[in-house]
Design a protein around this ligand. Structure first.
Ligand SMILES: Cc1ncc(COP(=O)(O)O)c(C=O)c1O
Length: 403
């Protein structure tokens, strides 16, 4: 072969190293079969509003086609943004202005736009530890340095946060999930929310608040959104994946006009606009008052599954294991005694017909191997009991071996 006809050698950019490994592994575990799966933060398919959608889709390919099948403005359909602003205002007690809200292609795109607008190589980004894997990779993908801050059962520790802020160059951002967090299922008390906002305000550190699970509370406690507490400091990132259906790939970001403007400009360099069909569907679903009754059914379903999981964990997990008790959302976080490595146990778990997500990839810094994440959202109570029985046997054997 001559030099002229040699095959191309791709010299990948440094930022591609390791990108996507963790997420692909989770999605690979997501195919249901004989295995009882607690992997993937997938909504229950039985919550998908197929009846209403059927009617709306008929309209979308009929009289609404000129709008529903067309490109939209980069910041989103004006009618959807107006409906979304009213919905946010009704739920959170504060209304973003027209130039403070944009529509995105899912929550993950909002995070990657945020990273593109704020993070230069080497910049510090603080997060809870553990935190959502997709956010870690959005920030590290742009060569940001993601550092974890300690949390306890009330939320992010404001004292640890202040120490972390002062431990190096001023962080570009604090990224948090105050409601039914991925991966722990924990939520923050109202006092913690105020305390964290206060610390960030004092030091001038902007906050990204991810509200992916906020609407899936099992009980109506006071949970002020960080954005409503400090709209000048906080950018809120939301998604319709967990409360409508993920196939629609729609989310939003609400923040000060300068930041939203920069994110809209960055979006012009990616997909230019979120899919018009999905935007039109969300607008009609929200505007037609279908979402709230839908959410009531979904919350009841997930609450039932969360309760079944708690019962099964208490019945089947060996002594020495602990777990969180979620009050909303999809997840519970299980901690085994030291010496158990949940990554190493994955192949044996698969042999025994149970799938979970190992906890290690959710840690931004030094990973702890003894944790795992369980998602109960698309597993029914009978499967939950049997799946946790299998997991209990697996962990018993692993604990015995680690002794
Ligand atoms: C906390 C959190 N934020 C954002 C997302 C991404 O949502 P989307 O599917 O809309 O991109 C997820 C999905 O798992 C999530 O758990």
């Amino acid at each position: 072969m001559t030099a002229e006809s040699a095959p191309p050698v791709y010299r990948f950019a440094r930022r591609t190293e390791g990108a996507g490994d963790g997420v692909s592994a989770i999605l690979a575990l997501a195919e249901p079969g004989e295995t009882i799966t607690f992997s993937g933060g997938f909504p229950a398919p039985e919550t998908f509003p197929t009846k209403v959608l059927g009617g709306l889709l008929g309209e979308a390919v009929g009289p609404a086609a000129p709008v529903a099948l067309q490109y939209t403005a980069t910041e989103g359909l004006a009618s959807l943004r107006s409906t979304l602003r009213s919905w946010i205002s009704a739920g959170q007690g504060a209304k973003p202005a027209d130039d403070e809200l944009m529509v995105t292609s899912g929550g993950i795109e909002a995070l990657s736009l945020l990273a593109r607008c704020l993070v230069d190589p080497g910049d510090r980004v603080l997060t809870e530890s553990p935190t959502y894997l997709g956010a870690i990779t959005a920030f590290t993908g742009l060569e940001g340095r993601v550092e974890g801050v300690a949390t306890d059962h009330e939320g992010l520790d404001p004292v640890a946060l202040e120490e972390a802020i002062l431990a190096g160059a001023l962080p570009k951002l604090l990224y948090v999930i105050p409601d039914f967090q991925n991966p722990t299922g924990r939520w923050w008390t109202a006092e913690r929310r105020r305390a964290v906002v206060e610390v960030c305000r004092r030091h001038g550190v902007p906050v990204a608040e991810d509200v992916a699970y906020r609407e899936l509370a099992f009980s109506p406690e006071e949970r002020p959104s960080l954005w409503a507490l400090a709209p000048e400091l906080v950018v809120q990132v939301g998604t319709f994946s967990k409360i409508f259906f993920p196939g629609v790939r729609l989310g939003w970001a609400a923040g000060v006009p300068a930041l939203i403007g920069a994110m809209v400009a960055a979006k012009q360099n990616s997909d230019q606009c979120a899919g018009g069909l999905g935007q039109w569907l969300v607008e009609r679903y929200l505007g037609g008052d279908h979402l709230e009754p839908h959410l009531q059914v979904a919350r009841a379903l997930y609450a039932e599954r969360a309760a079944a999981l708690q019962e099964a964990l208490a019945r089947h997990l060996p002594e020495g294991c602990t777990w969180t008790r979620p009050a909303g959302g999809f997840f519970s976080w299980v901690s085994a005694p030291g010496g158990v490595d949940t990554v190493a146990l994955v192949p044996e778990a698969q042999r025994r017909g149970v799938a979970y997500v190992p906890g290690a990839p959710f840690f931004p810094g030094r990973a702890e191997a003894r944790h795992l994440r369980l998602s109960y959202s698309r597993t029914n109570p009978e499967q939950i009991d049997e799946g946790i029985r299998r997991l209990g046997c697996l962990l018993s054997d692993a604990i015995e071996e680690a002794r």
